[in-house]
Design a protein around this ligand. Structure first.
Ligand SMILES: *Cc1c(COP(=O)(O)O)cnc(C)c1O
Length: 495
């Protein structure tokens, strides 16, 4: 058996569930419902409009309960998961979160809440949202959060709609949003969707946007700048205060993509950087794994002068009662069918309360410490591959493929080889402005022991692995190297 964590190759075979079907087999027995024979003889068409009745039975597998449980459990063992291995993908995609958050989210009186329940029966749930708003205001220095957006990108879209409406009401025609070239792809997309024209700003050689560069793009058409801080290179935007001043002097606003809030939570208030609006990805920073695309919550926070533009409904508190209110003068309206994605919010709330005021700042401190540990130690292994060698990073660090290429391994091969060592690959080939990028975000939950094991795996790949193995990796997984391009272009959903 290979060393920890390794993969020793125990995979149970599993075929399609439909092939395991036998007519008449069922999972759970349902007691006799007591209806008369004549009632039972009725067909669905006696109850449902004929046009909705299927011609043929749906062809579902007929299997016993153990067959179903084993089927999905075996399939799940073919995947790496955050509970079995380290994912250097970080909070953006998949970080380990304490199980207590899941536990709180699964309590029956929370899980089974129906969004149409009258407000007088869900006062405690409304209180949680009301209080959570106050906590987020404290952590950011902003004045009000809307929980309507159900993803980070939906939060961006909401924030940009607020900006649009703000200038419409003021009677100013501003249609440009400045966005750095290092921004997450959703930033320009959300801007365009909200009716703006995104304009790209070049990141400086040091990896951050320079105030003097921003100045070149200033005009009366600029509505706002959209900045991710720390940016996608894991670098704190040093000029952010100066940039905010430039924007405000021009009558423009400053939007922050706060998806990376875990890098400074509890240590800096964004209001002090001059931020007017932010979206926080509650599903990344504050629990709830994100891999696979959801569920999410991109809560949008604003300074007081923008409160009246936020979506409705929101939770109000009057005379000892919580209520859902819609009285916002300039509201952009509804952007979700109900108040919020409560299942995500409750886990984020549990995450914050379990850490408390005294410990919340240690999240960002440990996330940064861990990333700098990897940056320093991996920089020694991947000699010459750290483009920002002399600087500290924030929550993530990035390397080029220079050192591995010299050893005859590509970034893709390093990623695949890591799987054979029991680690999920890091983010690769992103950001695009770093050659053959390898981006690592360890997050606050990983121990130094895990990080050392990860570093050791890369060391072995660099200096002890035969180059012929690289081409064939991963070799210890159930499914070997797949043709990703083909899978994307011609997905097969059906057998
Ligand atoms: C993840 C992410 C987003 C988008 O969030 P979704 O919830 O995936 O829509 C936006 N910006 C940054 C920097 C992100 O990391």
């Amino acid at each position: 058996m290979s060393g920890f964590p390794g993969i020793s190759g125990l995979f149970l075979n599993e075929g399609l569930l439909i092939r395991q079907s036998s007519k008449g087999v069922y999972g759970i027995g349902i007691p006799d419902c007591g209806l008369k024979d004549s009632e039972l003889k009725k067909t669905p068409a006696d109850y449902i409009n004929k046009k909705f009745v299927r011609k043929n039975a749906p062809g579902l597998p007929e299997v016993s309960e153990p067959t179903v449980v084993r089927h999905f459990t075996r399939l799940s063992s073919w995947n790496m998961c955050i509970d079995s291995a380290f994912y250097p993908l970080g909070s953006c995609t998949m970080k380990y979160n304490p199980k207590v958050n899941e536990l709180v989210g699964s309590f029956g009186n929370i899980r089974d809440l129906h969004p149409l329940t009258p407000v007088r029966f869900v006062q405690p749930a409304l209180k949680i949202i009301y209080d959570f708003n106050l906590i987020l205001c404290c952590l950011t220095g902003l004045n009000e959060f809307s929980f309507s957006p159900q993803a980070g990108a939906a939060g961006e879209f909401t924030g940009l709609k607020v900006i649009k409406r703000y200038f419409d009401i003021k009677g100013e025609k501003r249609d440009i949003i400045l966005i750095p070239d290092s921004a997450h792809g959703t930033n320009p997309a959300s801007s365009a969707l909200a009716g703006f024209t995104p304009l790209e700003i070049k990141t400086g050689a040091n990896g951050y946007i320079e105030a003097k560069e921003v100045e070149k793009y200033i005009s009366k058409n600029v509505a706002a700048v959209m900045i991710t801080n720390p940016n996608t290179l894991g670098i704190f935007e040093k000029d952010i205060k100066k940039i905010s001043e430039i924007m405000h002097k021009n009558g423009s606003l400053v939007y922050m993509d706060g998806a990376n809030f875990n890098a400074f939570i509890g240590n800096v208030r964004v209001s002090e950087m001059g931020i007017d609006l932010i979206q926080l990805n509650l599903h990344k920073t504050f629990s709830t794994p994100h891999g696979g695309g959801g569920p999410g919550s991109g809560a949008v926070g604003v300074k007081g002068f923008l409160s009246d533009y936020l979506p409705v409904p929101y939770v109000s508190f009057n005379n000892g009662n919580y209520d859902l209110s819609e009285d916002k003068q300039y509201t952009i309206g509804r952007i979700a069918p109900f108040l919020c994605n409560f299942g995500v919010i409750i886990k984020a709330y549990a995450y914050i309360l379990s850490l408390g005021n005294d410990n919340i700042s240690s999240v960002s401190e440990i996330a940064i410490l861990n990333a700098n540990y990897i940056k320093k130690k991996l920089g020694e292994i991947l000699c010459g591959a750290d483009p920002f060698k002399d600087k500290l990073c924030m929550h993530e660090c990035v390397f080029t493929d220079k050192a591995i290429e010299e050893e005859g391994i590509s970034t893709l091969e390093l990623a695949k080889l890591l799987i054979d060592y029991g680690f999920h690959p890091p983010t690769v080939y992103f950001p695009k402005n770093i050659h053959g990028a390898i981006m690592i975000e360890p997050t606050e939950t990983e121990s130094v022991k895990t990080l050392d094991e990860f570093l050791n795996a890369i060391y072995k790949i660099m200096f002890k692995t035969k180059k012929s193995a690289a081409l064939k990796s991963p070799r210890k997984t159930k499914v070997r190297r797949v043709n990703e391009v083909l899978a994307n272009k011609y997905p097969v959903f059906k057998y």
